[in-house]
Design a protein around this ligand. Structure first.
Ligand code: PMV
Length: 350
C-alpha cells in the first residue's frame, strides 16, 4: 500500500480592533500599518483542515466545505503551499532519511463550523488552518510567529489567527517581509470577562473585496497617509496598554474610533467604498446610546469590510446588550429576504 501522511488542525477567526487596511507590497502582502486583533473562541467559529500527502496523488487538490476548488486559480494558495514546501525541503536537506514530503502532491480538505454564507471573515481562519496543517504534516521547526509569515502570504489578516488571545501584526520595514509577522500580546486566559457578540446584518457577499478596496484606498485617499503616519502607531501602543491593564473603557473607545476611521478612509477612497449600511449605523448609534445611558463606555462596535457588527463588552454587561439588540432589531422574517435586520448569533468568549 502506498504511503499517505496526514495532519488535521483547527484555526480560529480573529476580529481586528486596530484595522489592517492597505498594502505596501501586494505579492508578499506587506501592510502599510501594524494592526491588532482579538481571536475568537473556536467553539463557535473555526476552520478545520486536513491535509494528506502521497506520492500516488497526481496533483494538489482542495475541497472547501466539501466542494472542490481549483488550486491553481488562487495565486495566494499556491504561494502559501509553495512557501511551506520550501521550508520542508530545508528539513529534508538536514535529515537525509526524512520522507520526501516536499515533493509529493497534497490533498487539502477544509471546512468551517459557521455558515460560509454568513459573511464572516473566513479567509483568516482558512489560511491559518492551512499553514498550521502543512506545518504539522511537514514537521516544520518554525515558531508560530515565523509560520505567521507563511499565513500572511495567503491572506494578510490570517497571520493573526496563528495565535489565540490578543495578537499584533507588526507591519515591519524589510522589503522581503521577514519582519512582517504576528506576535501574541496576551493569551486567551488574560481577560476572560471580555466577550464578543456578532450581529449578522447581511449575509450577502461584499461588493468590493478587501484586496481591491484597500488598493484603491492607497492610491486615492488623501486621509489615508495621515492615518498610517500619525494615528495608528499611537493607537497600537495605547491599545496594548489597555489590554495589559484590562482597561475596557479605553479598549472600547480605541476600537470604535479605529473602526470609524477605517470606514472614513473607505469613504474618502475614490470612487468611495461604503461597507456599513443603515442598520450598521443604527447599531453603532445604539451602542453610543447604551454607553450614555449607563454612564460609562460599556460596549464597543467594530465593522470590517462589510455591514456586520462585532460588539465587544464585558460579560457583566453582555446580557443587557443582547436583550437590547434583540428588542431593537428583531429577527428578519423568512418572508422578507431583503430585510436587513441583524440576527444575533450568540456570545463568543474571546
Ligand atoms: O486579510 P484581508 O485581505 O481579508 O483584509 C482584512 C481587512 C479587515 O478585515 C477590514 C481589517 C483587519 O485588520 O482584519
Amino acid at each position: 500500500m502506498a504511503a499517505v501522511f496526514e495532519a488535521t488542525v483547527t484555526a480560529p477567526v480573529n476580529i481586528a480592533v486596530i484595522k489592517y487596511w492597505g498594502k505596501r507590497d501586494s505579492t508578499l502582502i506587506l501592510p502599510t500599518n501594524s494592526s491588532l486583533s482579538v481571536t475568537l473562541s473556536q467553539d463557535h467559529l473555526r476552520t478545520r483542515t486536513t491535509i494528506r500527502a502521497s506520492p500516488t496523488f497526481d496533483r494538489d487538490r482542495l475541497w472547501l466545505n466539501g466542494a472542490e476548488e481549483d488550486v491553481s486559480a488562487s495565486k495566494r494558495l499556491v504561494n502559501a503551499i509553495t512557501t511551506a514546501r520550501r521550508l520542508r525541503a530545508e528539513v529534508e536537506k538536514q535529515q537525509t532519511d526524512a520522507v520526501p514530503l516536499s515533493q509529493w502532491p497534497v490533498h487539502v480538505s477544509s471546512e468551517n463550523n459557521f455558515p460560509t454564507a454568513a459573511g464572516l471573515a473566513s479567509s483568516a481562519s482558512g489560511y491559518a488552518a492551512l499553514v498550521s496543517a502543512l506545518a504539522a504534516l511537514f514537521e516544520l521547526p518554525q515558531s508560530a510567529s515565523e509560520l505567521s509569515r507563511v499565513a500572511r502570504v495567503g491572506s494578510g489578516s490570517a497571520c493573526r489567527s496563528m495565535f489565540g488571545g490578543f495578537v499584533a501584526w507588526q507591519a515591519g520595514v524589510a522589503a522581503d517581509g521577514s519582519d512582517s509577522l504576528a506576535v501574541q500580546v496576551a493569551d486567551h486566559t488574560h481577560w476572560p470577562e471580555l466577550q464578543a457578540l456578532i450581529l449578522v446584518v447581511s449575509d450577502r457577499k461584499k461588493t468590493v473585496s478587501s484586496t481591491a478596496g484597500m488598493q484603491t484606498t492607497v492610491e486615492t485617499s488623501a486621509l489615508f497617509p495621515e492615518r498610517v503616519r500619525a494615528v495608528v502607531p499611537g493607537r497600537m501602543e495605547a491599545m496594548q496598554k489597555a489590554i495589559a491593564e484590562r482597561d475596557f473603557a479605553t479598549f472600547a473607545a480605541l476600537t470604535m474610533q479605529d473602526s470609524n476611521q477605517f470606514h472614513a478612509v473607505c469613504l474618502d477612497t475614490y470612487p468611495p467604498i461604503s461597507y456599513m449600511n443603515d442598520t450598521s449605523r443604527s447599531i453603532a448609534a445604539l451602542v453610543h446610546a447604551f454607553n450614555a445611558a449607563v454612564g460609562r463606555t460599556a460596549a464597543a462596535y467594530t465593522y470590517d469590510a462589510g455591514p456586520n457588527a462585532v460588539i465587544y463588552a464585558l460579560e457583566s454587561d453582555m446580557r443587557d446588550l443582547v436583550e437590547l439588540f434583540a428588542y431593537c432589531f428583531p429577527r428578519a422574517e423568512d418572508t422578507a429576504p431583503d430585510a436587513f435586520y441583524p440576527n444575533p448569533l450568540g456570545l463568543f468568549e474571546s
